[in-house]
Each structure stands twice: as structure tokens, then as C-alpha cells.
Design a protein around this ligand. Structure first.
Ligand code: ME8
Length: 537
């Protein structure tokens, strides 16, 4: 079971500012936001970092094409990132930009350490470089001469560069992954990296000379540090590595939310880094394990605790691409159907384990079945009956006189009382779909309970007043549990359920997500539909 007193530092990739964000980026960010919200709701100390990757050839190229400077271009796109995260209510604690001066200084310090530890050397460089990936390939990596991800012909680059002695780290990385099976999850991804390590690592170029949009090497300024070995350092520069007493972004208006809790007198890097979890897509797992950990170990810094790499979205069976015109924009989905509808689809149907296909028909089916007919209908009919038969006032807790109904109530009590532990266990294992499955098992059982106990029939029989109270009280307890149960996953619905029940959800989850929290005499508000059904489109 997760230790709720232990901090957790959750990061997303820093997205490139060459373009606006799409559903793929929103997916990683919503996974991170959900996990952050969940642990905060449990009272666990959380620090959630996101940001933007602004250096490199790819951004330079996009800025030039737009007729502007890389910095001006980045400023414009970053403001769109902010707008999107705000509109989706993503509650990051820190937003870092790789052009932040404190970050650039940290990157230079890491490189000085690599030099001092004899992990760098200069050599002639001839390589195949994919600008879209900002990554080197060898002939054997290519598929029919093209980048395996972007299917484009890589550039041939010849220059004298600094190399990182990646080959030295092969055994260290293998041993680390074998000794800490959870350091890369899920397991197939870990095996993928182990497989590549068994083939051995080649040293890799980590500076460039024919290009200047990046962090200069401190001792040879004509060299610019490779964009990946620059950007990855954000995860520690954001914490003020090596020895700042406060988070550097605390000085930036609006880029640090100030909701995190680094204990007084402790350096943020020392407090958060040992509990770091990087969330990434599978395309950049190589960079986040092999490259990043080698860079860290080479500089004398411990690698992160864990990397979770999710799969890939396609759209209606096709690769998502501007050329095909099938790019899913998260803001459009949230605007049309609500941000909870977007979150729900991403969490239930998204590529958490394997790859996933975004299908509009599946979106509508799941939304109608689970949100409109499931959760929405349960809350609506429970509160309608409470108003109709009890003036909206909670009856006292009582058992059913009818023993069969009492069996149904006991089953719901057990389910509610077991829910918090199940959620903790599943979120700790990055199983957000499984966590929601447990919540919706409760919704399904409660809807079944309404059908079976039929309070609308009990209300017609004055002799069955006790059973009517038992039924309505049970439904209020379930409503209370659901307001807490969906808090991290469907934050807007949680707030609306709480408002309708006349409760707040500020108590910590382990204390509040259990049976017996409804007070007799508590007044509920009028129900309002939580999710309107989507009719045929
Ligand atoms: O790689 N399905 O940034 P990026 C699922 N700047 N996830 C997807 C996706 C898809 N179709 N498309 C994108 C970079 N993603 C670097 C990171 S970190 C120090 C530097 C998500 O803008 C997924 O998380 O290309 C993927 O890893 C990330 O966006 C790539 O974002």
C-alpha cells in the first residue's frame, strides 16, 4: 500500500513549441493531473511539473517558417499551452521553459560535471539526424532509409562534436533496471529497454556547431548543447538543483501555483527528487531512461525513481496528422462535450497500457452509458426521490426490515468501505482505468439497488416507511462516496455532486471515503442533470 506521508514529484514531458498541442499531449498531461489530484486528495505531498521545450533545430525551423525569432515564436505558442491547460483545469504546480535562465545555468553545470568526470570527448561526427525527433539514427535503426517514427529521410551531419560516453553505462543501466523492476513501467516497456541494452550502447554526440539556438557549452561557446540533453535537465533544474533553498519558478508570476509543500529548511531537490515519477509517451522512453539516466549518473546525480511510458493514439485507425486533417484538439472536445467528458474518455479508452484508437462512436457510447445513464441518472433519481418523499432532508440511517433488501444494502456498504484502498492501489500502479472501473462498479450496483428496492413503490405503502428511509439513506451515502470517488477523475462532476448533496469534499479521501458520513437532517439541494445525453450525431 502506498505510503501517504511520502512526497511524490510528477512530471510530464516538456512539449515542443513548434505547434499547438493535441490529444496526445493532453493525454499525458491529464494522466499526470489525475494522479496529482488523487494524491493531493489523499493528503499526500505532491509536486506536479510541466512546461515547454524551446531550443533546437525543430523550433528554429518552425520560427523561421513563421517569419519570426525562435523566442518570439515560443512566447506565442507557450501562451497557447497556458490557455489550453487553464481551459482543461490542469493544476500543475510549476511550469518550466527551457529558455529560463536558471534552467540554462543548470544545463551548463551538468555539462561541466560530465567534463570533470571524464564522460565527454571530442570526435568527428558523421550521423543521420531526424530533426522531427531531434535524434541521431544509425543505418540499422532506419526503415528503408527513413526515420522509423516520422518516415522522413534524415539529414547527414558531419562536424566535430562532443560525445557522451554512453557505452560506459550499459552495465550500470542494466543492473539498475534489473534491481528495481518498477523503475520502468509497464513491464513490456522495461523489457524493450533491457533488450536494447543487451545489444550495447554507442557513444552519442551531445553538442552541435552549425547551429546556435540552444544552450552554449560553457567552455567552448561555439558548441550548442544537444536539445535533449538540455531539455531533460529541466526535471532537476525546476527543483533548484544543485542546492537552491526555494523553487526557482517561485519568482515567476503565474508559473508556480504555490500549492506545493516543501517542508521548511529542506532543499526542494533533496525533498522531491528521490520520489520522482516521469510520465512520457513510448516514443521518448529511450531518451527518458538510457540518455537521461546516463547523463545523470555521469554527472554524479541519482536517476529518477520511475518512468511510466504510455502508448500511442491513432484516430479512427489512422496516424494522427495535420496532412490527414484528423488531429483531435482537446479544447474542441472539452468545449463541445465538457472537460469531464474529455477526461473520462482519455482515462477509460486512452493508451495507458497499449496503443488506442480514438473513435467518435466509442466516445459517444461510453459517455451515454457511463456518464449520462450511469452516474448522472443515479444522482438525478436519488435526489429527485429524496425531494419528493422527504423534502430533500436526509433520513436517519436504518437497516431494511426486508432482509433481501438489507443484503443489498450491506453489499453497498462493503463496496463503499473498500473503495478507497482499491483506488489507492490502482492509482499507485498507474491503473487509472481500473480505478474508474471500481468507481463505476459502485454506480452500477447502486442503480441496480434503486431498481430492486424501488423507493417509488415503498413510498406508496405507509407500512414500509422504514425501508423507504433505508433506501434513501443508502443512496445518499453512495452519493457522498461518489463525490469523493470521482474527485480526481471527474473534478467538475465531483463539485456538482457535492453542491447538490450540500457537502464539501475537502476532507482527505481515506477519512471521508467510507460509509457513515451522511448526517440525518442534512438538507440536499435540487438535482440538476450532470451529463446531458449525446443524441445521434
Ligand atoms: O518529445 N499518442 O515533445 P513532443 C499519445 N520535447 N501520446 C502522444 C501522441 C500520441 N499520438 N503524440 C504526442 C517531445 N504524445 C520533447 C520532450 S521532455 C524533456 C522533452 C505525447 O511535443 C506523448 O507524451 O513531441 C509524447 O511522449 C509527447 O507527447 C511528445 O511531445
Amino acid at each position: 500500500m502506498a505510503d501517504l506521508s511520502k512526497p511524490i514529484y510528477i512530471t510530464t514531458p516538456l512539449y515542443y513549441v513548434n505547434d499547438e498541442l493535441h490529444i496526445g499531449h493532453a493525454t499525458t498531461t491529464l494522466y499526470a493531473d489525475t494522479i496529482a489530484r488523487f494524491w493531493r486528495a489523499c493528503g499526500r505531498p505532491v509536486l506536479f511539473l510541466t512546461g515547454s521545450d524551446e531550443h533546437g533545430q525543430k523550433i528554429h525551423k518552425a520560427a523561421t517558417a513563421a517569419g519570426t525569432t525562435p523566442r518570439g515564436f515560443a512566447d506565442r505558442i507557450v501562451s497557447k499551452f497556458f490557455e489550453l491547460w487553464e481551459s482543461l483545469d490542469v493544476q500543475f504546480d510549476i511550469f518550466i521553459r527551457t529558455t529560463d535562465p536558471f534552467h540554462e545555468a543548470a544545463v551548463q553545470k551538468v555539462f561541466e560535471r560530465l567534463r570533470d568526470n571524464d564522460k565527454l570527448y571530442k570526435s568527428a561526427y558523421k550521423a543521420l539526424y531526424c530533426v522531427e525527433c531531434e535524434t541521431n539514427y544509425t543505418d540499422k535503426d532506419l526503415l528503408e532509409g527513413k526515420c522509423p517514427i516520422h518516415k522522413t529521410t534524415p539529414q547527414v551531419i558531419e562536424e566535430e562534436n562532443y560525445f557522451l560516453k554512453l557505452s560506459e553505462f550499459t552495465d550500470t543501466l542494466k543492473q539498475r533496471i534489473e534491481a528495481h523492476p518498477d523503475c520502468i513501467v509497464p513491464e513490456p516497456r522495461r523489457n524493450e529497454i533491457l533488450g536494447k541494452l543487451r545489444e550495447g550502447l554507442n557513444d552519442t554526440s551531445v553538442t552541435r556547431v552549425q547551429f546556435d539556438w540552444g544552450v552554449p557549452l560553457p567552455w567552448e561557446k561555439q558548441h550548442v548543447i544537444w536539445v535533449w540533453t538540455d531539455a531533460l535537465v529541466n526535471y532537476i533544474s525546476a527543483l533548484g538543483w544543485p542546492d537552491a533553498n526555494t523553487l526557482p519558478t517561485d519568482a515567476f508570476d503565474g508559473r508556480s501555483r504555490g500549492a506545493h509543500h516543501t517542508p521548511k529548511g529542506v532543499k526542494p531537490f533533496e525533498y522531491w527528487w528521490p520520489e520522482s515519477v516521469h510520465l512520457v509517451g513510448k516514443d521518448i522512453l529511450w531518451h527518458h531512461s538510457v540518455i537521461w539516466w546516463s547523463e545523470l549518473i555521469g554527472a554524479g546525480i541519482a536517476p529518477p525513481k520511475q518512468v511510466f511510458a504510455h502508448g500511442w493514439w491513432t484516430v479512427e485507425g489512422d496516424k494522427m496528422s495535420k496532412t490527414l486533417g484528423n488531429v483531435i484538439r482537446p479544447g474542441d472536445i472539452a468545449g463541445k462535450y465538457s472537460r469531464d467528458a474529455l477526461r473520462y474518455h482519455v482515462l477509460r479508452e486512452g493508451p495507458q497500457r497499449g496503443d488506442s484508437d480514438w473513435r467518435q462512436a466509442a466516445f459517444v457510447t461510453r459517455y451515454n452509458a457511463d456518464l449520462a445513464n450511469g452516474l448522472g441518472n443515479l444522482m438525478n433519481r436519488s435526489l429527485n426521490m429524496l425531494h419528493k418523499y422527504k423534502g430533500g432532508v436526509a433520513p436517519p440511517e436504518t437497516a431494511f426490515a426486508d432482509t433481501r433488501f438489507e443484503g443489498l444494502r450491506q453489499s453497498l456498504i462493503a463496496r463503499v468501505n473498500g473503495l478507497c484502498d482499491t483506488l489507492i492501489q490502482r492509482v499507485a500502479g498507474f491503473d487509472l482505468d481500473g480505478a474508474l472501473e471500481a468507481v463505476f462498479d459502485l454506480v452500477r450496483e447502486a442503480n441496480q439497488f434503486v431498481n430492486e428496492t424501488a423507493p417509488f413503490k415503498l413510498a406508496k405503502d405507509p407500512a414500509r416507511g422504514q425501508d423507504l428511509d433505508a433506501s434513501l439513506h443508502t443512496l445518499l451515502e453512495v452519493g457522498h462516496a461518489l463525490a469523493y470517488g470521482v474527485k480526481a477523475f471527474l473534478p467538475d462532476a465531483s463539485g456538482r455532486i457535492a453542491a447538490q448533496l450540500g457537502i464539501d469534499t475537502s476532507t482527505s479521501l481515506p477519512q471521508a471515503l467510507k460509509w457513515g458520513r451522511v448526517k440525518a437532517g442534512q438538507q440536499a439541494n435540487q438535482p440538476e442533470p450532470l451529463f446531458a445525453r449525446i443524441e445521434a450525431e
